[in-house]
Ligand binder design. Structure first.
Ligand code: HEC
Length: 150
């Protein structure tokens, strides 16, 4: 995207001297601005969610790591969590049978429900965490998990 914009700006610079150049310049500039706006809003929103989610994840860090091959702590390492089945990743963690037998597939939706109320969503599981009450915190921490566990 940056290369594209730069190429357009250079084109503007050389074309401005002719009448044809002037109208082309306008066209190119408005296209460039439209593209820049799309790029900004798409990457801007995403970056914000992930950054905010990383802050929320501080609440999880005492018990969880995210990196590939990271240690299990009180809770399991979370690499590969998105799309996996609860308690089924082969990471050496001793899961409760409540979690391992739940059959839950980790999607945005199930993670959202689990993180809102861990004990209510999977009765008897051992994650000693009260839950994240704010919808926004859960959405952001899930965005962070997507960016850092796969
Ligand atoms: C006090 C420690 C603790 C905290 C804090 C904690 N967890 Fe957990 N978490 C656990 C334990 C223990 C398990 C395994 C539960 C079981 O086996 O019943 C677990 C399980 C999970 C699982 C399911 C893992 C799998 O392989 O199926 C996810 C996802 C998860 N935690 C995410 C989080 C997130 C995100 C946070 C922060 C918002 C968090 N946890 C906070 C201890 C914790």
């Amino acid at each position: 995207m940056r290369g594209y914009l730069l190429a357009n700006l250079l084109a503007c610079h050389t074309l401005t001297k002719t009448a044809f150049g002037k109208s082309m310049t306008k066209l190119i500039m408005s296209t460039a601005i439209a593209f820049a706006a799309i790029a900004f809003s798409a990457s801007g929103a995403h970056a914000q969610d992930v950054a905010a989610g990383e802050t929320v994840f501080k609440k999880c860090q005492a018990c969880h790591t995210v990196a590939e091959g990271g240690a299990n702590k009180v809770g399991p390492n979370l690499w590969g969590i998105i799309g996996s089945t609860a308690g089924a990743r082969d990471n050496g963690f001793r899961y409760s049978s409540a979690l391992a037998d739940s059959g839950v597939a980790w999607t945005d939706d199930s993670l959202d429900q689990y993180l809102a109320d861990p004990r209510g969503f999977i009765k008897g599981n051992r994650m000693a965490f009260a839950g994240l009450r704010k919808d926004e915190d859960r959405a952001n921490v899930i965005a962070y998990l997507k960016s850092s566990t796969q």
